[in-house]
Design a protein around this ligand. Sequence first.
Ligand SMILES: Cc1cc2nc3c(=O)[nH]c(=O)nc-3n(C[C@H](O)[C@H](O)[C@H](O)COP(=O)(O)OP(=O)(O)OC[C@H]3O[C@@H](n4cnc5c(N)ncnc54)[C@H](O)[C@@H]3O)c2cc1C
Length: 396
Amino acid sequence: MRTEVAIVGGGSTGSSIAYQLAKRGVTDTVLLERGPGIASGQTSRSTALVRTHYSVPIVAKMALLSYRFFKDFEKELPGRTAGYVETGLLVGVDKKSEDALRESVKMFERTGIVSKFISKDEARSLEPLLDTSSFSSVVHEPQMGYAEPTTTAAAFASAAGEMGAKVMTNTGVTRITRVKDGYSLATTNGEISASKVVIATGVWSGPIFQSLGVSVPIKVVRHPVTIYRRPEEFRGVRPCVFDFSQSAYYKPEGVSLLFVGSLEAELDEAGPPVDPDGYNTDVTFDEVERLTTWTAKTYPIMASEGKYERGYGGIYDDTPDQQPVIDELSAYGLPGLYCLVGLSGHGFKLSPEFGRIMASMVTDGRFPDYDVSVFGLKRFESGMLMKSRYNLSTVG
Ligand SMILES: Cc1cc2nc3c(=O)[nH]c(=O)nc-3n(C[C@H](O)[C@H](O)[C@H](O)COP(=O)(O)OP(=O)(O)OC[C@H]3O[C@@H](n4cnc5c(N)ncnc54)[C@H](O)[C@@H]3O)c2cc1C
């Protein structure tokens, strides 16, 4: 089989790229997913928060553009949905993160992101069950919500398929070899020749880059999530909460669930690298205890009336600066080979912009809207890493 563009990995990233290529009329493409369905990887485990709160301006801008895409998803992809629910976000900090938060809010004003400092009373009027006693400041960001990650990726892939792209599931790429007119991909479904290849394999990217002789510094780390049942008084659509003082995030989902996860930088820095095909997908007793203690502190009603439902372990493809690698690898002797990996636990919300950027790079050789060269692989050699104002996981 021969194709113009082979996209390896059918998560939110690869599916969005296939969709944006098809939208530009590039439909001689094949989306290769080794799992039984689209979003067989970490996308399906995502808590899928769609926020704009980042301290790195270019990432905040990408998040804003992606947020707008999620808001208009049904218009952009008629007949399909991302399951987006708008909740708003309350960011509570203690003294040590206050200056950083103030700088972020100034940057948001310049970027067009709506956010403002509010009093604790105002915070409690938005979420009466929130204990604000450990916060010295609170910021409200109405432009925030969550989506349904598997539905989103499937919507991108099926829309791409409808426009002419080929979507092949149960097709793992076992080796990529450079040949005269492009690349040869050995797959579990036969060989595919492609003029161009996009690698979007997330936490599974290591062996592919190794086989190509390129070093992409990705550490796979585990992040636990716990899920609780909210009591009657705490039901319905409620604001999400980022508690920087405890390094925790809270996502009230649907009618009555509450997802809780960690923003602790230590999980990325000190956490041992894990095998993406053999890690603990469950939560440990200690993790349940830690996240439940935070939850009871943040929402005291949960201590007496909340119910622990279940938990799971997800994994992030962390880079040293917790930002993605978006690049074409000509400089490594691999022209026409593109990568969008290393999403570091925050790549779902950015998937609409990832698709736009990569589709433009593949078809025009560049992305004209803003300079994405800062995401290049060379930054890890030159030391020009992107710098977050926070010492937190994923909030770069
Ligand atoms: C617990 C958790 C919570 C998260 N919360 C958020 C959040 O709130 N907001 C947010 O924006 N992000 C969040 N993320 C991060 C986000 O989900 C990921 O960054 C994003 O979904 C990754 O998408 P992807 O397509 O790059 O990777 P994946 O979804 O992992 O897709 C890669 C695909 O490639 C396939 N594949 C791998 N190797 C091969 C091969 N050799 N051949 C063919 N196919 C292959 C895999 O099967 C997989 O389906 C979270 C992640 C986790 C784990």
